[in-house]
Design a protein around this ligand. Structure first.
Ligand code: AMP
Ligand code: GLY
Length: 422
């Protein structure tokens, strides 16, 4: 099969490596890709936002399946347009991607299907949102409804902070994403991410992961796209996984089918494990980054066969498996990230790191004159596996220490919570 992979991050590098291992694959093309993906796939000069150009390419090059990594093309309806043109694509339709594209949409679905989540209100004007904040008091959480690249959420400790967040949304701080606002109860507990795959009707669990969103050691400093992750998540044992499937994931997939917008693709549930049980914080409708860099190395199932089965509605015939090992990834970012950072600095030592048995996924790199250079904020994800989190952590940092990149930095404590848990 000829697969076209859409995306350019560490997630897509990990997906490319897994697709490459499938006996079903005959040709792999990626757009826009990066230096790491380029060692596994042909790179096509294709803008994923230009749907007619993507369709054209698929027809010309006989693409059998389009595998979409990031959320933007899903929310923009790339799957619908490909399908209408007779091209198979793995991922949700524009309508089903609303589970990620609109926080209010997901909250209403939770209410309709009795899915545990924070109590909330949806607002299209500041005065009503402000009144809700004042009525409920702090702490309270204010969210821009639409896609805001992870920046549209304020967990406010005071009413003043919450009111300022409401005003920021309605005065355009997040553009169109903030034209509607969700205000919700603050949940208390430990966060975990849970992944499942669905074909519109059948849904199967994949595995769980935990990430570190803050830029600094000890989970301090500003939020990022994710500075590291590990899988499995010790807090999600088999009993918890079954509760998550029974109380959150299966009711969601059933409700989406009932609404006439069946969900196909990867369902990524961001959860708070509270004293009362798991509660949904939000959905993403795709694999996570950097969670994919720790999930896929553990997956024993053929990813291409799985994606194809989900796309063709025959997921119930496919067994999904993961090794019991722990995988841990450390993200190496450009100095300054998540603020302003420079591009173009040279990275050396990747082969030395991999010689230790680790895998170095490229998140934001490019090739220049035969050298790998930094080309983004998050630049590398260094993954190692071990019998437990402590072993995977030690191996991952040993590999990180072989990478020579003076303009980069990483957290030194990825996995601390799970290591402390013992
Ligand atoms: P989101 O973009 O919805 O994943 O939110 C980003 C982060 O904000 C989450 O990972 C949580 O750490 C936090 N957060 C979002 N909603 C809540 C909530 N209702 N209670 C507590 N923390 C939250
Ligand atoms: N790591 C969080 C995400 O992929 O959205």
């Amino acid at each position: 099969m000829h697969v076209l992979l859409i995306g350019s991050g560490g997630r897509e590098h990990a997906i490319a490596a897994k697709l490459k291992a499938s006996p079903l694959l005959t040709r792999l093309t990626a757009a826009p890709g990066n230096a790491g993906i380029g060692s596994l796939a042909e790179i096509a000069a294709l803008d994923p936002a230009d749907h007619p150009a993507v369709i054209d390419f698929c027809r010309r090059e006989a693409v059998d399946l389009v595998f979409i990594g990031p959320e933007a093309p899903l929310v923009a309806g790339l799957v619908d347009d490909l399908k209408a043109a007779g091209v198979k694509a793995f991922g949700p339709s524009r309508a089903a991607a609303q589970l990620e594209g609109s926080k209010g949409y997901t909250k209403d679905l939770c209410r309709e299907a009795f899915i545990p989540t924070a109590a909330y209100g949806r607002f299209t004007e500041a005065s009503a949102a402000r009144a809700y904040v004042i009525e409920h008091g702090a702490p309270i959480v204010v969210k821009a409804d639409g896609l805001a690249a992870g920046k549209g959420v304020v967990v406010a400790e005071t009413v003043e902070e919450a009111l300022a967040a409401v005003d920021a949304c309605f005065t355009g701080a997040f553009g169109a994403a903030g034209a509607e606002v969700v205000v919700e109860e603050m949940l208390v507990g430990e966060e975990a991410s849970f992944f499942a795959v669905a074909d519109g009707e059948t849904v199967k669990p994949l595995t769980a992961a935990q990430d570190h969103k803050r830029v600094g050691d000890g989970d301090t400093g500003p939020n990022t796209g994710g500075m590291g992750a590990y899988s499995p998540a010790p807090i999600v044992d088999a009993a918890m996984a079954e509760r998550i499937m029974a109380e959150i994931v299966r009711p969601t997939v059933a409700a989406m089918a009932r609404r006439g917008t069946p969900f196909t693709g990867i369902l990524f549930a961001g959860l708070m494990i509270t004293a009362e049980g798991p509660k949904l914080i939000e959905y993403n409708t795709r694999f996570g980054d950097p969670e994919t860099e720790v999930m896929l190395p553990r997956m024993t199932t053929d990813l291409l066969e799985l994606a194809l089965a989900a796309t063709e509605g025959r997921l119930k015939d496919v067994a999904v498996g993961f090794s019991d090992e722990t995988a841990l990834t450390v993200v190496m970012a450009a100095k300054g990230y998540p603020g302003a950072y420079a591009k173009g600095s040279t990275i050396e030592g990747i082969a030395d790191a991999e010689a230790l048995g680790a895998t170095v996924y490229h998140a934001g790199t490019a090739m220049r004159d035969g050298r790998v250079v930094a080309n983004g904020g998050r630049v590398l994800a260094v993954t190692a596996t071990g019998a437990d989190v402590a072993e995977a952590q030690a191996k991952a940092y040993a590999a990180v220490d072989r990478i020579r990149w003076p303009d980069g930095f990483c957290r030194r404590d990825i996995g601390w919570r799970a290591v402390t848990r013992g």
